[in-house]
Design a protein around this ligand. Structure first.
Ligand SMILES: [Zn+2]
Length: 256
């Protein structure tokens, strides 16, 4: 199924998704004026870090971005997945491109059941492993949690994405050069995050000589958890969202 054109998609995003902010190339916003999804207060949500990804190139879709944000009121942290639409803005000094961000959805970073809810039921072993990792995390077993997230990563890449190789390292490398079983166009963020989870998980499984690396803090384990959440998002949530958006758009345009 193909989109009619970029204007159609732009219109669709504008009428169905919440506008968040506008940036130009000379300034980047560090706050979002919005309502917190958790405590329902209007607040300037602080943007911690951001990633931009041009994914699904073949579909001629725009850029996607992920913001890591924190509510100043309830301190809850979450990820927001956004679509970025560019437009030419005319001014006295000539024209320039500005970027409008529209919110697709919000992922809480420390919610208890989020990953398992997003993982399809057929992947039982992955669900079970992630639940065990979460259980360890909630009971302050940070080293076990980290090892379990590494195990969950291996199940995701080997059993679900069909990566080939005798080690997790080789499987992750395979994914960079080959079409995976779900035919998902994986982003650089996926490769970076999975590599980091693998390395941190290895430090848990094979104790390092460096004594500082033998301990795992709550922050370390939470960070691995959040990185894994982004992988789940990329493999299971985003492709389903985009498919649903395209189907709805095609139906409205009577393309099928
Ligand atoms: Zn809040």
């Amino acid at each position: 199924m193909k989109l009619l054109n970029e204007e159609e998609f732009t219109e669709y995003i504008k009428s169905n998704h919440q506008f968040v902010l506008t940036n130009d190339s000379s300034s980047l916003s560090s706050e979002i004026s919005s309502r917190c999804d958790f405590c329902q207060k209007d607040a300037y949500l602080k943007i911690g870090s951001r990633w931009h990804e041009r994914t699904y190139r073949k579909d001629n879709l725009p850029i996607f971005a992920t913001f890591f944000i924190q509510c100043p009121s309830c301190k809850r942290q979450s990820f927001i997945q956004l679509v970025v639409l560019s437009r030419l803005q005319e001014s006295e000094n000539g024209s320039r491109y500005v970027f409008d961000y529209y919110k697709l959805f919000n992922l809480p970073s420390q919610e208890s059941q989020f990953e398992t809810k997003d993982i399809p039921a057929e992947y039982r072993l992955l669900k079970k492993t992630v639940l065990e990792a979460k259980y360890a995390l909630q009971h302050s077993q940070y080293m076990s949690a980290t090892i379990m997230f590494r195990r969950a990563l291996q199940i995701l890449v080997k059993d679900i994405l069909g990566a080939k190789g005798r080690t997790l390292y080789k499987e992750l490398e395979w994914l960079k050069d080959n079409v995976n079983a779900l035919q998902i166009n994986l982003t650089d963020v996926f490769h970076d995050n999975s590599s980091l989870i693998r390395q941190v998980g290895n430090q848990g499984a094979h104790p390092d000589k460096d004594e500082e690396l033998q301990e795992f803090s709550e922050e370390d384990a939470n960070a691995v958890h959040d990185l894994f959440l982004l992988l789940v998002n990329e493999v299971f949530v985003l492709p389903a969202k985009i498919k649903a958006m395209k189907m709805e758009l095609a139906e409205r345009r009577k393309l099928k």
